[in-house]
Unconditional design. Structure first.
Lengths: 252, 413
């Protein structure tokens, strides 16, 4: 646990090598994926649990994702990390983008995977599908190219697991309800990012469509855009090998 | 005991139930026909005119994006009644204070209604059911707190008479608050709040001097809450709240015969049977406590009070006083029994209309209730002898000893 501002943040550190800050998505699948061990063979993987997730606390002072991004920037300072690769999934991608727009001083590369956080469309456009409006099955169908590949079956969760998922969903709603999963200012700040950036997107993401990902990449100078076929919002879960190839091709 | 008439302004002309997924949130408004709806609005307001003539009080509520309730702006219907009724107390239960973008507008509307009605307003504020969050876009994790912030600001606005004040709360920011008009009732109208099973919230409401109301709650649960609040006041060494700080709303039908009443209550029962909603509309994350939401995720908790009680039969409803119906004698006996079982309450809100129940049937039941039942309830329940937060009432007074004087309750027995 690391004290940062008013929060106490649970941080996992694994492996040796150049630092890689891994920022989980709102569903927090990443902590249990083989991906983590694979990355730990070449990098020192630093994975914080967002405020309110895992054992991390959610102080009153944290009211939005902007606040979270400053806490993570403080984390980089605290560990005095340099040349950090930041890899962010979905909500974690939003946090990563927020961090990079504020300061790239400690960063070397940025990878955004089906990242949230921006609104590109007009007033009547639904850029980001309303997951709170739909039933669980529909949400699963939006997020997965093949819903059977979702490792999480809600009805089979233990009480402890269910409580943790419930808590994560509450914190996500608290921080992202309105504006819905975006910061209206972020679009205009993306031009500040000055590290090599890769944007990876599941070709069948129904939560935030690939066109949204392309728009994200266009806003970041020199960013590459890469889609993963037969994958939805979590390409690293549905197509781990293809995902790893895309990632390593960029990080090499 | 003060008695109120209530209808939720329903839209009863629904397509077959297998042709829609939910009565709330996403039911398209093409289902509503204004040529029929205009008549309904006037019929529902007429019910309240009759209530006023019969000596009943009026209660209105509001919901949004739903066929269960055509009253998305309760202050409007209350404003009409403020002008058109003569004697009835006008209860709004309530203003969705947690979801309002501008509670000051609400303070102004309520003050106007209080003036136009010469001080007949009973002003309720509610957190709102979970469905409302889809209409308001209010954050479900924050509504409990926001309700209290809004009410704090409204009461401060009603009671400040020396020019503008500043308010910069967690959500609401106003730098020059100076509400005109001030309310007719001084220092401000009686405030009500509703609640479910959150005893801390109920206690806070009563200790703030508000009237705490529960809807369609089985008698034992009602007793647990009402007695729980009284116990908490005793533990806090505060004056015992009088019965008029508690209110209850069941479904009610009074008939000349038991058979007539049974047929009538089945029509009021429409409210319970016609509540189809998609599950996720009942439980946006953060609205209920985390462990309940966890149960919802795993399918162990379907959510919804009416959903739970719907599965019980009509006998359960009657035995637990969620539905009160019968001849005037029987209706009186059930209310007196509920009064004893619940620990006591001073406001009885009778939901006497629902679904497609016609005006004539509704008025007949209302009339029997008002003429044959209500006079016998007149002396039931204790009345507050102060106003405002219980802690302030306690100043200069002896602190509650524990047992509360309830001569009326014994009379009922």
């Amino acid at each position: 646990m690391v004290a940062l501002q008013e929060a106490k943040i649970e941080v996992e550190r694994r492996g040796r090598g150049k630092p890689l800050l891994l920022l989980q998505g709102e569903d927090a699948y990443e902590a249990t994926l083989p991906l983590l061990d694979t990355l730990a063979k070449r990098y020192e993987v630093i994975m914080p649990w967002p405020p309110g997730f895992g054992r991390s606390t959610l102080p009153e002072s944290v009211r939005n994702i902007d606040d979270v991004s400053y806490i993570y920037l403080d984390l980089l300072d605290k560990y005095d990390l340099k040349n950090v690769t930041v890899l962010g999934f979905s909500l974690g991608g939003w946090i990563a983008a927020e961090m990079a727009t504020k300061s790239c001083t400690r960063l070397s590369r940025l990878v955004l995977v089906d990242a949230l956080g921006v609104k590109f469309g007009g007033k009547f456009d639904r850029d980001i599908e309303d997951i709170y409006f739909h039933g669980f099955d529909k949400v699963k169908a939006l997020k997965f190219s093949d819903p059977a590949r979702d490792p999480r079956v809600l009805t089979e969760l233990s009480d402890t697991e269910a409580l943790s998922v419930a808590r994560h969903r509450e914190v996500t709603a608290k921080l992202c309800w309105q504006p819905y999963f975006h910061n209206p200012s972020l679009k205009y700040r993306l031009g500040r990012i000055d590290v090599p950036t890769l944007v990876i997107w599941g070709a069948n993401d129904g939560f935030v469509k690939p066109a949204y990902g392309r728009a994200y990449a266009r806003r970041i100078r020199g960013a590459r855009f890469n889609t993963i076929p037969k994958a939805g919002h979590l390409p690293h879960v549905e197509q781990p090998e293809a995902f790893l190839r895309a990632l390593q091709g960029f990080l090499r | 005991m003060e008695c109120y008439h209530f209808t939720e302004f329903p839209w009863p002309h629904l397509p077959p139930e297998d042709q829609y997924t939910s009565m709330r949130v996403n039911l398209p408004s093409r289902v509503y026909d204004p040529r029929i709806g205009a008549d309904l609005y006037n019929m529902y307001l007429d019910q309240h005119m009759v209530a006023d003539e019969l000596g009943l009080h009026c209660m209105v509520n509001e919901h949004h994006q739903t066929a269960t309730c055509l009253n998305p702006a309760a202050p409007l219907s209350l404003a009409i009644l403020a002008r058109q009724t003569k004697k009835a107390r006008l209860c709004i239960l309530g203003n969705p204070a947690a979801n309002l973008l501008d509670p000051i507008r609400c303070a102004e509307e309520m003050a106007m209604i209080d003036n136009i009605s010469y001080g007949r307003l009973e002003c309720g504020f509610v957190r709102g059911v979970p469905y409302e969050l889809f209409a308001s876009n209010a954050n479900p994790t924050e509504t409990s707190e926001r309700l209290w912030e809004s009410v704090e600001l409204i009461i401060k606005a009603w009671t400040s008479h020396d020019g503008p004040f500043n308010y910069e709360g967690k959500w609401l920011h106003k730098r020059q608050v100076n509400v005109w008009p001030r309310p007719y009732q001084q220092p401000y109208p009686r405030v009500w709040m509703t609640g479910g099973s959150d005893l801390d919230h109920a206690t806070r409401a009563v200790q703030a001097g508000f009237t705490f109301a529960m809807f369609l709650t089985p008698a034992d649960k009602l007793a647990e809450m009402f007695n729980g609040v009284r116990d908490n006041c005793r533990k806090a060494r505060l004056p015992a709240p009088a019965d008029d700080q508690f209110a209850f709303m069941p479904l009610v039908f009074t008939g000349e015969t038991e058979e007539e009443a049974r047929k009538g209550i089945e029509q009021v029962f429409w409210y319970v049977t016609h509540n189809k909603a998609e599950a996720q509309f009942r439980a946006p994350p953060g609205y209920v406590q985390t462990h309940l939401y966890a149960n919802f995720l795993t399918g162990k908790f379907s959510g919804g009070r009416t959903d739970a009680i719907r599965r019980q039969g009509m006998e359960y409803f009657r035995d637990n006083h969620v539905a009160i119906y019968g001849t005037p004698d029987q209706v009186y006996e059930q209310i007196a029994s509920l009064y004893r079982r619940s620990g006591g309450f001073g406001h009885f809100i009778a939901m006497q209309h629902s679904g497609s129940m016609d005006f004539r049937t509704t008025v007949k039941s209302m009339t029997l209730f008002a003429k044959e039942v209500m006079p016998r309830l007149k002396d039931l329940g204790t009345k507050s002898d102060g106003f405002g937060p219980l802690a302030e009432r306690a100043k200069g007074k002896k602190v509650a000893a524990g047992a509360k004087a309830r001569p009326a309750a014994q009379a009922a027995e």
